[in-house]
Structure formats: structure tokens, C-alpha cells
Design a protein around this ligand. Structure first.
Ligand SMILES: NC(=O)c1ccc[n+]([C@@H]2O[C@H](COP(=O)([O-])OP(=O)(O)OC[C@H]3O[C@@H](n4cnc5c(N)ncnc54)[C@H](OP(=O)(O)O)[C@@H]3O)[C@@H](O)[C@H]2O)c1
Length: 381
């Protein structure tokens, strides 16, 4: 049995933290093919803040979120939170009742169709439909993937959510990264970066992390071959040569953008005779700035292949969940906040300290003692 009402953090419009209101709402009911999930943990992502602040313009100066199908899907009020772990507490018509009680992880996409291999209009739970910053959420049964592996706590499962992991996977598959290739992972200590490092190793590729020196040992422990210092971009080519034995990166996973992207291209093209494949740049984020200046001649003369990446496919989500079940992927969980303290979590996320690696999860207050308390960051500056 579940309660008829639920606590939720509701986004009431574009703007600051004052637009996030903690309130009580009716618990939603699962429709055909859906399940009702009692949320035990939801990972935070950059996109929560960007969508709230309206930082997905398609024209300069706009305050808006993205509109893949031509009209806005982020309407208000909306419950954000994409990477949801929890348990099925009710099933809709057409869903086998034996699924009741299953623990699982959501594939966060609002897919436009059933195609397993392509996702042309990436939208997601927590943006185009209500997400996991609540006690309950309804989601498609076939996108709530069972994970019984007891070695993983629910908060850790949420930390391996698809927003980071599927994006990382699609960056690598778009650039056709293969075993033995040297891959630069930028924004390496973040959610997508830590996923990229692990996925490179699974694929047999060699990940080089771009981060800050204080995080180097943790990144090497996670699988990075070497860590380059992003505060030393003036000597980035020297850093690259020293790390790779003088060879260019085969591919770059760019989550940073801004002025750095041009340097990343340098690090792939400085010795074209040492290459066996075209230079490949996968772009999925812009933590360092939304505008990069790059000479067109550098792109076409050096045949740099550029891939824009947003989310990924059903096939990739299925593969990732299989690796999670097998224990091949490790959670990188930095800490947890209660749902009612989401404002504090947002501030912590923005002002992150130097020890911050991986994900923060948000746990409903009613689930805190069991699923959140041991990773508590509450009271941290
Ligand atoms: N396209 C998609 O589908 C998709 C999906 C998920 C995320 N994203 C985007 O991808 C980016 C990374 O996401 P995330 O969730 O991994 O973020 P995150 O957890 O916030 O990590 C970002 C990392 O980037 C580094 N960084 C921050 N500011 C930087 C700057 N000015 N210059 C260089 N490095 C900087 C930081 O690491 P160090 O301090 O260690 O360098 C930080 O840990 C964001 O822009 C996000 O919006 C896109």
C-alpha cells in the first residue's frame, strides 16, 4: 500500500532557488504500461539547474529550455530529478503484477518511439514529464530496469543513473572509440567524466583525465591512465606529450567547451603522421562556456570529426544496466541530501569543494534513515 499524497519539490518557473517549492501533492496513478515507483534516491544533474535557470537557448539571449519537437515540454509546475532508483509499488494495466516490489533504476529518456538504436528528440523525466524529486513517480514499465545486485545500495544505484552514464556511452560510441585508443576525458571528476573513465576501460580504451591535481589520485584509482591539470592549459600540449609518450589523443570527450575546445583539437592534430584514424571530438557539455572560437581550416584540413551528443539510445541503456548488474561499473557517490533540503544541495553543487567527485543524491525525507543518512552532506558548507 502507498499513501494517496506525497511530498515533492516542485519547480514553479524559470529562475533561482525560490522557484523550487516543497509541497504536498496527490500521488500519481500508473496508466497502461506504467509502474508507480516509490523513490528511494534520485541523483542530481547539471541539467536540473540549467533547465531551472532557462539556460538552454537556441538563440542568443533567450531564457528557455530546449524544445526538441518544436514546442516546450518543460511546463510548470514540474517535478525535476532524472536519475531515479526505487521500488515498484503499483502497476498499470498490461504490466505483470509479479513486478511489484522490484528494485530498479530508470532509463530517464522520454523516447519518441520504440527504436532501440536512435534517439532524435532527447527529452527526459524531470523535464518533459515529472521526475524523482518526490516520494513517488510514474514511469514506463519497460524503462524501469530491475537491479537486484545487493552490493549496490539504492543511493549508489541512483548515482549510476543514465543521465551521466548513457551520455558518456553515446559520446564514446558516436566517436567509434575502440580498444587501445587514447581518449581525453574532460570534466573528468564529474558525473559524466567518471562514467567515461570507467566505460573507456570496459571498452579497452585508455582514458586520460583532465581535472585538478587534488582529484588526481582518486581519478587514477577509478581507471585514469594519467591526470592532466586544467589550470595549466597554456602548457596543455606539453602535458599531453608527457602523459602519452609524445602521441596525440585519438579522440576527445568534451564536456567543457569554451576556450578549451581549441586546445583539445591541438592535442589530437599536433602530429597527424602518428595517427591511424581521423581525430574525433564528441561534445556533450559546456561547463567552461557555451561559445568556442575555432578556425574552420583546423577542422577541415585536419579532418576533425565532431559529434554532438545528447543522451543515448535504448540499446545503450540496456547495455549499461547489464554492466551495472554484473558489477562492472562502480558508483561514484559523493554524498546525499534530504529532499526537503534540495536548496542546500543545489548550493553545495554550485559551490563545490576541491574534494568533490561524482554524484550527489537526493533522498525523500521519509526514506532518509534507510537510504540517505550514511552519506549525509547536510551541514556541509
Ligand atoms: N548532452 C547531454 O545529454 C548531457 C548529459 C549530462 C550532462 N551534460 C553536460 O555535461 C557537462 C558535465 O556534466 P556532469 O554532470 O558530469 O557535470 P558535473 O558533475 O558538474 O562535473 C563537471 C566537471 O567539470 C569540471 N569543470 C567545471 N567547471 C569547469 C570549467 N570552467 N572548465 C573546465 N572544467 C570545469 C569540474 O571538474 P574538475 O574541477 O575536476 O576539473 C566538474 O567536476 C555539463 O555541462 C552538463 O550540463 C550533458
Amino acid at each position: 500500500m502507498h499513501s494517496d499524497t506525497m511530498k515533492a519539490m516542485v519547480l514553479t518557473g524559470h529562475g533561482g532557488l525560490e522557484k523550487l517549492e516543497y509541497t504536498t501533492l496527490p500521488t500519481p496513478a500508473p496508466a497502461n504500461g506504467e509502474v508507480l515507483v516509490q523513490v528511494t534516491a534520485t541523483a542530481k544533474n547539471n541539467t536540473d539547474r540549467k533547465a531551472r535557470e532557462g539556460l538552454y537557448p537556441t538563440k542568443k539571449g533567450e531564457t528557455t529550455s530546449f524544445q526538441m519537437g518544436g514546442k516546450p515540454t518543460l511546463t510548470f509546475p514540474r517535478i525535476q530529478g532524472a536519475d531515479i532508483a526505487g521500488r515498484i509499488v503499483a502497476v498499470g494495466n498490461g504490466v505483470d503484477s509479479s513486478r511489484m516490489g522490484e528494485r530498479g533504476l530508470l532509463d530517464f529518456n522520454l523516447y519518441a518511439n520504440d527504436r532501440p538504436d536512435i534517439n532524435l528528440t532527447p527529452d527526459y523525466y524531470g523535464h518533459g514529464a515529472d521526475g524523482g524529486f518526490a516520494e513517488y513517480v510514474v514511469v514506463p514499465a519497460d524503462q524501469f530496469h530491475t537491479v537486484t545486485n545487493t552490493a549496490l545500495a539504492d543511493a549508489e544505484l541512483a548515482a549510476m543513473g543514465m543521465c551521466s552514464y548513457q551520455t558518456a556511452m553515446h559520446m564514446l560510441t558516436s566517436a567509434r572509440v575502440k580498444a587501445g585508443e587514447r581518449v581525453l576525458v574532460t570534466g573528468a571528476s564529474g558525473g559524466v567524466g567518471t562514467a567515461l573513465i570507467q566505460l573507456c576501460r570496459i571498452l579497452g580504451a585508455i582514458p586520460y583525465a583532465l581535472s585538478t591535481p587534488g582529484k588526481a589520485s582518486a581519478l587514477v584509482e577509478l581507471g585514469a591512465e594519467a591526470v592532466l591539470d586544467r589550470s595549466g592549459m597554456d602548457t596543455f600540449l606539453e602535458q599531453t606529450r608527457a602523459a602519452t609518450g609524445g602521441r596525440p589523443f585519438d579522440a576527445v570527450m568534451d564536456l567543457v567547451g569554451g576556450d578549451m575546445t581549441d586546445r583539445f583539437i591541438d592535442a589530437m592534430i599536433f602530429d597527424m603522421n602518428a595517427r591511424e584514424t581521423y581525430p574525433r571530438l564528441s561534445i556533450a557539455g559546456a561547463s567552461g562556456g557555451n561559445i568556442s572560437e575555432i578556425l574552420w581550416t583546423r577542422i577541415y584540413l585536419y579532418q576533425v570529426q565532431i559529434f554532438g551528443v545528447s543522451h543515448g539510445t535504448r540499446e545503450e541503456a540496456g547495455q549499461l544496466v547489464a554492466w551495472i548488474r554484473e558489477g562492472q561499473l562502480k558508483p561514484v557517490l559523493h554524498g546525499a541530501f534530504r529532499l526537503s533540503r534540495l536548496h542546500d544541495a543545489e548550493r553545495y553543487f554550485t559551490n563545490r569543494g576541491s574534494n568533490y567527485l561524482g554524484k550527489i543524491v537526493i533522498v525523500p525525507d521519509s526514506q532518509w534513515d534507510e537510504h540517505g543518512k550514511r552519506w549525509s552532506l547536510e551541514g556541509s558548507p
